[in-house]
Design a protein. Sequence first.
Length: 253
Amino acid sequence: MPTTPDPQSVSDRAAAFTHGADVYARVRPSYPSEAVEWLVPAPSSRVLDLAAGTGLLTRGLVDAGHEVVAIDPAAAMLAELEAELPDVQALHGSAEDIPLPDASVDAVVVGHAWHWFDEPRATAEIARVLRPGGTLGLCWNDRDERIDWVRRFGQIVHTGDRLHARVTARPATPDLGTAFGRPESAEFRWLHHLPTSRLRDLAGTRSFLLTLADDEREALLGRVDDLVVTHPDLAGAEVAMPYVTVAYRARRH
Ligand SMILES: C[S@@+](CC[C@H](N)C(=O)[O-])C[C@H]1O[C@@H](n2cnc3c(N)ncnc32)[C@H](O)[C@@H]1O
């Protein structure tokens, strides 16, 4: 990432995860097991977790019995994954240049990262490494903003974020080109428990905040602190952040 990243640049935002990987691993949500099972149907298989980050989705795939190879361009994120999941093969790479042979995996999953990819190039690369009949699964963890404090938290952390619409756009049907069948979709509602005092850290792991100038980031984090001390639903030591895991899966022809 450049020394002065641009918060409105897709490439700078995608590269921002080189910072704060340790905090990311501790406060960002994982994925419910029902979603993991839906994304990669049994039997167990060799799965590529693409943009694996610190391994929050990788862990679920391993627990479901799959053999996983994890790929990400951010060395700091992969270092967290390797510390947490030493038996998983972790490779440096990107969705546009996947360091695996043709037809070498049964499934590819992408957790909360598809929006950073060059979609036509990534789709072609994923189709190359997937065996015919294999599945591509995409998922995102969206905050359930029907809850007042969650909506306010979202308003704060995206103040001035002109890429917010791109990052949160969930197409009715992702365009995966001709190599894949029509995608199916599903949603899974669940709660992520974390200490209320860590809502500030959670906010700080967003790519938007990672790329802001220090004073601008501190201003937004100060507003998160204010929310925590003033909102009646945040008076307890622990908070349950409601998430909707939005998932898509498609079969490679
Ligand atoms: C929000 S994190 C998601 C990480 C993990 N999948 C999870 O669910 O916690 C986005 C990840 O996408 C990675 N990333 C960004 N651009 C990428 C690209 N072109 N190809 C592969 N990974 C990319 C980042 O390094 C980062 O680890």
